[in-house]
Design a protein around this ligand. Structure first.
Ligand code: VG1
Ligand code: CO
Length: 541
């Protein structure tokens, strides 16, 4: 086994987005493309010689090939040990858990999350630091800078590692441990939740649940935890075999793409509880019988009920939410007398707050919820948290949410995505908004009086780093809000995201249909941003 130094030329497009580098599979399959990015990661790090790296992915097409390349490059670059999930499988929260548990130097996650997979689908790669969380912006900036000038990479000339057998082998001086994908993560879950109580609850005959893994990474985790450890009936986990192309679907847990689950939970004789997770297992969607819980409300409900759960019995230090997430969690924080932090979109911005002990629970409107137990959002953790609360309160999901709204008021909320927009036009739309914020402030639109309008800028309270241009916010005097930003996870064209929110204090108005309740704001958003003119879309998607 010899180390080869391979000459290469930079690719200009290796700038990580909201969550790592995501491209279509053929882009990653170009000679040297993945290798360049991996070497750029290693070149931007210091002090990893002899240290441990964690590697795993969501099982999508090209996962195994990528892992073999990374193992050989990790060895050639001097890592002492690599922990890799069996079959190359590790969910994103499991990688975070393993990095922390074994005090690894960092980890590499192969995933494009909820984006479709397969030979013509998407692939992605992301570096996580020693706290288990996504690399902060100064690290991803350094990786990108390095990728633009890289001229060689190091790789071991060796045969492939058997990823399917749990065993320890060596690549030159590097120890390679193929580890069970589920064990460490499942043990962490068991340390946080009352598994005995949840087991009694879901096997007691009065409660039925359905978990949909959308043929993505959580299948083995969900089967091990729900069906084997908690004794839920076989078949509780549907679409539980990870497939390289996710069965042709989008592994995106929302009302559109998790259609099998939606059909069950909104059908006749529906179960009491349903949940789905995404490609890499960090997102979750929570459903009750004929009832959808918005992710923003979910975070608020978990926060309000946290002390019912063993891992959070002592209470919360604080809550953090991404800026476009609804302000429902802020109301819980205010009542609890704890801080609520507002961060830019992307889990990497929660890391410092979690490390500093300022926030215990975090969430994003994009079906992401998590806590200080790891440094990623965590789909199955959220499902277990809900089940633990349900097992204690013995009420329906809908009743718990209705009661929450009666106590705190309801932040009626939705997000509209305008996909496949021409990038130049999308950038012009945002530039126009940016130029207009100064004049929008102070204006009135019908009954809506603008309270503030700005382009969100975040100063990290721990390290003082500043992240600018994180989305246009227009806040109204009655607490309503419209937010505009462009997605940073897509691989083709641009996606405009419009986030809409209105606060409703009156319980008699809480059963309103979301789109109806937000109709005025939707119209306003379209007019202010000239969405029709720039995207060609007639009405919300
Ligand atoms: C989206 C979500 C964001 C999330 C990110 C990664 O980003 O809006 O909240 O953190 O995906 O999630 P964007 O830039 O497309 O809006 V995942 O589960 O794709 O790693
Ligand atoms: Co994800």
């Amino acid at each position: 086994m010899t180390v080869q130094t391979v000459s290469t030329r930079p690719f200009a497009d290796q700038k990580p987005g909201t969550s790592g580098l995501r491209k279509q599979v053929p882009t990653f399959q170009q000679p040297h493309y993945l290798q360049n990015f991996v070497q750029a990661i290693f070149d931007s790090l210091e002090g990893y010689q002899g240290q441990t790296l964690v590697v795993g992915g969501d099982g999508r097409y090209y996962n195994r090939e990528a892992i073999q390349i990374i193992l050989k490059m990790a060895s050639a670059n001097g890592f002492g040990r690599v922990l890799v999930g069996q079959g190359g499988i590790l969910s994103t929260p499991a990688v975070s858990c393993i990095i922390r548990k074994y005090q690894a130097f960092g980890g590499i996650i192969l995933s494009a999350s909820h984006n479709p997979g397969g030979p013509e689908g998407d692939f992605g790669i992301k570096y996580n630091t020693g706290n288990g969380g996504p690399a902060p912006e100064n690290v991803t900036d350094a990786i990108f800078a390095r990728s633009k000038v890289i001229d060689q990479y190091r790789i071991l000339d060796a045969s492939d590692v058997d990823l399917d057998r749990i065993a320890t082998t060596h690549l030159s001086n590097t120890r390679i441990d193929v580890v069970d994908s589920v064990t460490d993560y499942a043990a962490l879950m068991e340390s946080l939740f009352d598994f005995d109580l949840i087991q009694q609850f879901i096997t007691g005959g009065n409660f039925r649940l359905c978990i949909d893994s959308l043929h993505a990474v959580t299948g083995p985790y969900a089967k091990a935890i729900f069906e084997r450890r908690l004794n839920a009936p076989a078949g509780t986990v549907q679409n539980g075999e990870p497939l390289e192309d996710f069965g042709g679907g989008h592994p995106d847990p929302n009302l559109v793409y998790a259609k099998d689950l939606v059909k069950v939970l909104f059908g006749e004789n529906a179960p009491d509880f349903g949940a789905a997770s995404d490609g890499d297992g960090d997102r979750n969607m929570i459903l009750g019988r004929h009832f959808f819980v918005t992710p923003s409300d979910s975070l608020a409900v978990l926060a309000a009920n946290a002390t019912l759960v063993p891992g959070y019995r002592e209470g919360l230090a604080g809550i953090a939410r991404s800026m476009p997430t609804s302000q429902a969690p802020d109301r819980v924080a205010a009542k609890l007398g704890i801080d609520c932090y507002e961060t830019p979109t992307g889990w990497k911005f929660f890391g410092n707050l979690l490390d500093a002990g300022k926030a215990t629970l975090c969430g994003e409107e994009s079906f992401g919820t998590g806590s200080n137990h790891v440094r990623e959002k965590d789909g199955l953790w959220a499902v277990l948290f809900w089940l633990n609360i349900l097992a204690v309160r013995k009420q329906s999901v809908e009743a718990i949410v209705q009661e929450h709204w009666a106590t705190y008021g309801r932040n009626i909320y939705c997000r509209h995505d305008y996909e496949g927009v021409d990038s130049d036009r999308a950038n012009t739309l945002m530039a126009n908004l940016r130029n207009a914020v100064g004049t929008i402030a102070g204006q009135s639109f019908g009954s809506y009086q603008v309270d503030y309008a700005d382009d969100f800028s975040y100063t990290d309270p721990i390290d003082g780093s500043v992240s600018q241009k994180q989305g246009i916010r227009i806040g109204f005097k009655d607490g309503s809000r419209i937010v505009f930003r462009l997605s940073g996870t897509g691989t083709q064209g641009a996606t405009l995201r419009v986030y809409l929110e209105r606060y409703e204090a009156d319980p008699a108005q809480h059963d309103q249909d979301t789109q109806v309740a937000l109709a005025d704001l939707i119209g306003l958003a379209e007019a202010i941003a000239q969405i029709k003119e720039f995207t060609g879309a007639i009405g919300p998607p």
